[in-house]
Write a protein that binds this ligand. Structure first.
Ligand SMILES: [Zn+2]
Ligand SMILES: [Zn+2]
Length: 167
């Protein structure tokens, strides 16, 4: 989304209201492509505070993430507060983005960065999700399998203790 700030960039205390949607199908992350199920929606304002342009608003979208336990797709809504500063002059502050001479700002890259930073560390389809059998891959929410895990089965623990005692 490209915003033209020519009307407010030279007028201190001027405000520009922003509200728009932008459809993006996928974003690239370090662990692969992430599908966006809804357009990025943004509402907020750009305020010229006399020194810089301050963008403040809310971004929302819905991502398709995958359950960490069973790999099922999970619709994940995000709502992110966006705060950014822009200036047409080169100000020696890391936080301030430079506005090009045409007074246009492309907000999309910073929206994508904000989404990537706000992806939850853990995704589960349900807190009760039983996950997949580590041996055969059976989705344990949908059914059981015949794999035996000797580390977990209590009967084996009892037998082991029995043999130890009789030695
Ligand atoms: Zn799951
Ligand atoms: Zn199994």
């Amino acid at each position: 989304m490209i915003v033209n700030v020519s009307k407010i960039i030279k007028v201190p205390d001027s405000i520009m209201e922003l509200s728009f949607e932008e459809k993006i199908d996928f974003i690239e992350s370090s662990f692969g492509k992430i599908k966006l199920l809804k357009p990025i929606h943004f509402t907020g304002k750009m305020v010229n505070d006399g020194k810089a342009l301050c963008l403040n608003g809310f971004l929302s979208t819905v991502l398709e993430l995958y359950c960490d336990r069973c790999t099922k797709p999970v619709e994940t809504s995000l709502s992110i507060n966006i705060k950014e500063k822009f200036s047409s002059e080169s100000i020696d502050e890391e936080e301030i983005h430079k506005v090009n001479s045409g007074s246009e700002i492309d907000l999309t890259p910073m929206f994508i960065d904000a989404i990537l930073l706000n992806i939850p560390m853990k995704t589960v389809c349900d807190t009760q999700c039983k996950g997949l059998c580590p041996q055969c891959g059976q989705n344990l929410n949908e059914g059981t399998c015949d794999c035996k895990d000797s580390n977990i089965d209590p009967r084996f623990t009892v037998l082991r203790t029995f043999f130890k005692d009789s030695e």
